[in-house]
Design a protein around this ligand. Structure first.
Ligand code: ADP
Ligand code: MG
Ligand code: ZN
Length: 624
């Protein structure tokens, strides 16, 4: 180890502490007057001592230890009528004692702690805290460096500010839209909190824990806050990731703190966000268990078992991965109620848009249902963000209210990233135009494909050009021919490049399309039973949550089947590609026209696009 003042100080600290104690024990100067220990073997309580004074049996009092101990000389029948020395511990504050003693004319003698090493004592008493302070400061500085955050070590085991308390969330059920079933479930809980006597009167136990399960941004936190707001109780919240700290034991002590504070403030809501961060199946994961997490989880289980049902504390936890939670958490008496919240459907989105347009200036001719129609897959948070983006764009353009135009821009931006500037006319711009028109025309002519919403050459995010399709509402049941149509649509870009520019001119621009194509084809074979292998489920979606995607997935099939799978994928993609090429070849005249128009206008709207195609051929086209 290299020498440094810091190290010297750090090492000297424990040595000094130890030597200080040794010194205290062995070398504390023996006070000559303080011979009380040797003389007074018998003891007496302070109360008895007062009685003795009253009886007039006390003759002399010697006070030691700056008023903490007294050696008394007393005589009485209990003492065999002999003068005896007795030791009495005095309370810290006993002013009445002196008065009493003087009344009874007892001889009082106070003995200051005399000692010959007073100087050393003084030095010792000064140096010790001084070194301690320096040592501690150093320790905290060092731990700050490694922990990365200020005051990490300071909060060790105490964790004062580790959870948030809102006495009034100010959020009511009206602020939460589109998740009516979940709300109904919670209206009951609000009644529990407001009028527990209704339930206790009939012997019903109030639920302790409710687990909210749903993808991010669907309003789990919002709903939990709304319960607190409706019931008018405080809201304690902490995130699971905040439990998991670098020091073992901190998480557990945070849980303890949290429940302690909550009990003091009952009735109240405890909200644990991202509970999967602590609540994972114990003993799972690579590299053994995580002690810290398990301790925290155990503490959480203990606390939840520790309060009786009717104390008025309701624990609400949120996660988007209920499948990986430790089953102990889901047992009765813990999170035995589970409420699923899904990405909102059309009506849900409409309701959420209604909530979030309340405080915004919206052009009167804007139709929220059009926005809702354009945004399948958007969560509540996405929609809130969308309207905010639209408001920002509106303000930037110094307009008075938000129109559909701004909303459209905001949607595009959220889905595909920031808008770039279009290329100047060049060969690569033409190639991109053919690529995009290729997607668009294949999509338009196929019966089972979604409609084109617009085609654009204005780059966004990673994409150099984009073809937007109007997503269909129901994404949950998709037929085989729909998947095939999507595969063909995705192949349309590359197919157009091939036919127009020739095999050797094809570009890397299709790599993302091809990824999608392969993944769709693979799922047709291995998950949906849509190939010649038959209706077999050969792979699961995202098998092991603790290993990354794909990694460690134990597939249930033989090598022989693996070869067949690959073969089937190839066949599907090959056939789709053939058909796509045919569509492009057969419609070359329209494609050339559309490309010219696209290069000129940079964006073609879906309706216009269809109108042009209609002049040449049927939509959807029966041939394909
Ligand atoms: P989660 O906790 O599920 O990730 P949040 O509750 O934090 O989602 O939602 C973030 C924000 O999104 C909310 O503050 C709210 O503005 C908006 N939001 C989400 N879901 C809804 C909803 N169902 N109704 C209204 N607003 C919502
Ligand atoms: Mg949340
Ligand atoms: Zn493409």
């Amino acid at each position: 180890m290299k020498f440094s003042w810091k190290n010297l100080l750090l090492w000297s600290l424990p040595i000094i502490i130890i030597s200080f104690f040794i010194w205290q024990v062995f070398f504390t100067p023996i006070n000559n007057d303080n011979t009380s220990n040797n003389i007074a073997n018998s003891r007496m309580t302070y109360g008895r001592f007062l009685e003795y004074i009253d009886m007039g049996w006390v003759k002399k009092v010697d006070i030691y230890d700056s008023g903490h101990t007294a050696i008394i000389e007393a005589i009485g029948p209990e003492l065999g009528n002999r003068i005896q020395k007795i030791r009495v511990e005095l309370p810290a504050n006993a002013p009445e004692l002196i008065i009493k003693l003087r009344e009874k004319n007892v001889d009082i003698n106070a003995h200051p702690t005399k000692n010959n090493t007073a100087l050393w004592n003084l030095i010792g008493n000064l140096i010790f805290p001084l070194l301690l302070i320096t040592g501690l400061t150093l320790f905290f500085r060092r731990s700050n460096n490694t922990a990365g955050g200020p005051g990490q070590a300071m909060s060790f085991g105490k964790s004062k500010a580790s959870f948030q308390i809102e006495t009034k969330t100010g959020i009511i059920f009206e602020d939460v839209a589109g998740i009516d079933e979940a709300k109904e479930e919670f209206e009951e809980i609000v009644t529990f909190l407001k009028r527990p006597e209704y339930f206790t009167a009939v012997g019903a136990k109030i639920p302790k824990g409710v687990l909210l399960i749903g993808p991010p941004g669907t309003g789990k936190t919002l709903l939990a806050k709304a319960i607190a707001g409706e019931a008018n109780v405080p809201f304690f919240s902490i995130s699971g990731s905040e439990f998991v700290e670098m020091f073992v034991g901190v998480g557990a002590s945070r849980v303890r703190d949290l429940f302690k504070k909550a009990k003091e403030n009952a009735p109240c809501i405890i909200f644990i966000d991202e509970i999967d961060a602590v609540g994972r199946q114990r003993g799972a994961g690579i590299g053994g268990g995580n002690d810290e997490r398990e301790q925290t989880l155990n503490q959480l289980l203990t606390e939840m078992d520790g309060f009786e049902g009717n104390t008025g504390i309701i624990v609400i936890a949120a996660t988007n991965r209920a499948d990986i939670l430790d089953s102990a958490l889901l047992r009765p008496g813990r999170f035995d109620r589970q409420v699923n919240i899904d990405i909102p459907d059309f009506n849900g989105r409409l309701a959420i848009l209604n909530v979030h347009t309340k405080n915004k200036k919206i052009s009167p001719d804007i139709s929220l249902s059009i926005i809702a129609r354009r945004t399948p897959g958007f969560s509540g948070a996405d929609l809130a963000n969308l309207l905010n983006e639209a408001a920002i764009i509106t303000a930037r353009q110094k307009k008075n209210n938000i129109t559909l135009n701004e909303v459209d821009k905001a949607i595009d931006r959220i889905i595909a990233g920031m808008e770039g500037t279009a290329l100047i006319d060049s060969k690569s711009k033409r190639l991109i135009a053919y690529h995009e028109i290729g997607h668009a025309i294949v999509g338009t002519l196929l019966k089972d494909h979604e409609n084109v919403q617009k085609v654009t050459l204005i780059p966004r995010g990673q994409a150099r050009g984009l073809t937007w399709f109007t997503p269909s509402e129901d994404q949950s049941l998709i037929s085989k021919s729909q998947i095939k149509a999507r595969i063909m649509g995705a192949l349309g870009g590359r197919a157009a490049e091939e036919i127009v520019f020739g095999e050797s001119e094809i570009t890397t621009g299709a790599s993302n399309d091809l990824q999608q194509v392969t993944s769709m084809a693979r799922q047709m074979v291995t998950r949906f039973g849509m190939s010649n292998i038959g209706p077999l489920s050969l792979e699961n979606e995202d098998t092991n949550p603790f290993l990354g995607r794909g990694m460690g997935s134990s597939n249930e099939y033989s090598d022989e089947i693996a070869i067949k799978i690959d073969k089937q994928i190839q066949i599907i993609v090959y056939e789709c590609h053939q058909k796509t090429v045919k569509i492009i070849k057969n419609n070359r005249v329209i494609i050339d026209k559309l490309v010219d128009l696209l290069i000129e206008k940079e964006t073609i709207d879906g309706n216009e696009f269809r109108n042009i195609i209609k002049q040449y051929t049927d939509i959807p086209n029966k041939i394909y």
